[in-house]
Design a protein around this ligand. Sequence first.
Ligand SMILES: [Zn+2]
Length: 426
Amino acid sequence: MNLLIRNILAVLPDGERVVDVCVSGERISAVDRVPEGFAADRTIDGSGRLLIPGLINAHCHAYMTVFRNCADDLTFNDWLFGRIAPMEDLLTGEDCYWSSKLACAEMLLTGTTAYYDMGMFMEEAAQAAVDTGIRAVLSRGLSGAPDGVDGPNPRLEQAVRLFENWKQYPTLSFMIAPHAPYSCTADYMKQAADTARRMGLGLSIHLSESASEMASIREQYGCTPIELADRCGLLTDRTVVAHCVYATDEDIALLKQRDTSVATNPISNMKLANGFAPVTKMLKAGVNVALGTDGSSSNNALNMFRDLACLTLIHKANEHDPLAVTAREAFLMATVNGARALCLDDLGVIREGAKADLVILDLDRPNMQPVNDPVASLCYSATGYETETVIVNGVPVVLNGKLSDTDMEEIYAHVRQTCERIGTVK
Ligand SMILES: [Zn+2]
């Protein structure tokens, strides 16, 4: 399909200006000029609108959307072990399909075109991503030890099978994801690292999220969670580490040395009262820092614009420095840095030859006027629901603010049924 977006203000690598953008197949074929003989199947009028690269959510748990607003105002351990884990045991694959579909819909409708997902029923999560048209980096969350009382741990095998079953889909890619050092044995983390290396896949893990994790890993292993992950072979240039709230200066140097990326999740970290990640220190050290929402039970929205705002605001306040994280840095973290963290080539930027994951925002809204600095408006003024058109891999999946081929009422009804069955509805 050939798309032509005419006369649109675009956020380009070298600044913002009004351009024409051509999309041919899955890639951007021209920026600034319409090649001779280009025949558009669909033309989008871009006047009064803003074109940005689709936002990339570098850390999420889509299946947890069903837990939105049912486990709030709790300590990290009470939240995870007291509330979330027992509810997870009640979920079926079908529950996770509808929950993930709701997550994908929310992300697309707020300008996210790609996301990283760590979950349980990942075959269903893959189906939800394909059905909504979003780009997804999928991983079966691994926990436990290589062998349990009932025999070998099946999760790594499920991760391998997920890759084999869905690898032909151009909008899906895969990572190997040991959940965390407090939920996996060191042997299991090593096995995960070996499997990723053998399969040529990237890795993702939660590290240094809470004070209790820091204390328990130090007591058990005599080191920080980041040092432990390195000993297990998990820190590579294709690894993205979620959180790093308690990363020490030595940890940050190690992350830089290994060229490992970090996904910071500012709202989740604040909500679970874990604190603020040392984002400015990591950026100064040259670590690739991307942005994530985390799951809906610790955020409680999968709307990257909220996280963009928090990312820029909290570090300014926390460090008494208005330049701590600028709007431009935050925007890069939500786009190109996310692409690099998730090993997504040619994404996160509007340029000729890049994959066509694009978002068009309506600027004809009171909160977006006047248009003085588009990037500042994305971080400080936008709500995400200015999203009008979303293109993923060259295919329009949101038009006029609505998802194509997706019945939202059907999704709400199924998710509601799950909530009633597991008893989360008040
Ligand atoms: Zn997480």
